[in-house]
Design a binder for this molecule. Sequence first.
Ligand SMILES: NC(=O)c1ccc[n+]([C@@H]2O[C@H](COP(=O)([O-])OP(=O)(O)OC[C@H]3O[C@@H](n4cnc5c(N)ncnc54)[C@H](O)[C@@H]3O)[C@@H](O)[C@H]2O)c1
Length: 377
Amino acid sequence: MSNKIRLGILGGGGDSLIGVLHRVASAMYDSYQLTGGVFNPDFELNTGFAEKIGIPTDRVYRDFDTLIEEELKLPETERMQVISVLTPNFLHFPMAKKLLENGFNVICEKPMTTTYEEALTLQEIQKKANTVFAVTYTYTGYPMIRQMKEMIASGVIGTVQKIDVQYYQGWINPIIHDKEKRAATWRLDPEKSGISCCIGDIGTHAFDMIEYVTGMEVKEILADLNYVYSDNKMDVDGTVLLRFSEYVKGLIRTSQIATGEENNFAVNIYGDKGGLKWEQENPNYLYHLTETEPLKVLKPGHAYNSELSLDGTKLPPGHPEGIFDSMGNIYRGVARAIRKEFCHPGEFPTINDGVRGMNFIEKVVESHQKGNTWVRV
Ligand SMILES: NC(=O)c1ccc[n+]([C@@H]2O[C@H](COP(=O)([O-])OP(=O)(O)OC[C@H]3O[C@@H](n4cnc5c(N)ncnc54)[C@H](O)[C@@H]3O)[C@@H](O)[C@H]2O)c1
């Protein structure tokens, strides 16, 4: 019998954006066996999709409640061990809550919930359940991001003094400028998405990335959001000033109306001895700047990289790895945690990161609504 971890998936059907990333990532280190799930609320589409990707349909369930009920009837040695929640945001909380209450490990898409309060509730339940809970801030799995984290921690750029993170996309343009389309997408519906679109969707990646690579906590923020139309309830663009302490400051610039931009996520961290720069669209290059030496370009797989970075590189240098590999590294970290094997700190984002992310979203919206004032995170 296979000793792979039995994985279930909620959402992520053939019509979804993110499903394929999780399926491929889970297959990457031969740790998981996709066992079933609920890929789509329409049962025919659900089973049709399972047949298409070649998994047996006996554990493809009609809905989420049936999945829990039927899986609990199975002996633990056959039951799904971890479930990935890849549905629209409003379903993350009820699904993750019930999964934790019934002893399942959970991999949850971001934003973790739709409110900070829900996030805190989930954190409490997870503490009692003592199961593994990961939030897929995907980009933290990149080898050169892990290298950046280690270089900052070991003092290569000295004391961090300026942080500038940009996350620009343009995909919402055709939706936001069309009255019918902007009323129809779940991402601009507060009932389904939560109180923020741009900050909730990509601002949280930027926030998590900053805290991940620097190991520092954002203490105060001041936000200015743009909703573009008066009938639109969700931000599609926003700038957030950050204070870490009196003398360490930064900013997050996010947009979904940056026309022509694809997934331009750029992380720039400057210390008093040097700077580190990385861009998601060219993730295999980490730039190290100093005032005294020529620019250095670090790449994955070389012995000069840290153990954590090397651990997330599968092929020799010069074989570019990308977003699938990054998510694959997060899935491997979760597999190690489930199997109670050694797991480097930072191998996968945890429920605490999910809670911080939800706090950030709410504080950003609060700051904007209060007339762009400083708010404590
Ligand atoms: N980590 C990342 O970088 C990243 C990138 C994109 C999306 N996401 C997150 O992933 C989640 C899904 O985003 P998406 O873009 O794939 O959305 P999507 O709308 O493209 O797909 C959602 C999927 O969920 C299914 N679904 C809806 N209701 C369901 C239910 N009740 N039961 C089972 N399945 C159901 C739909 O059929 C569809 O397959 C969101 O929370 C989003 O924020 C994360």
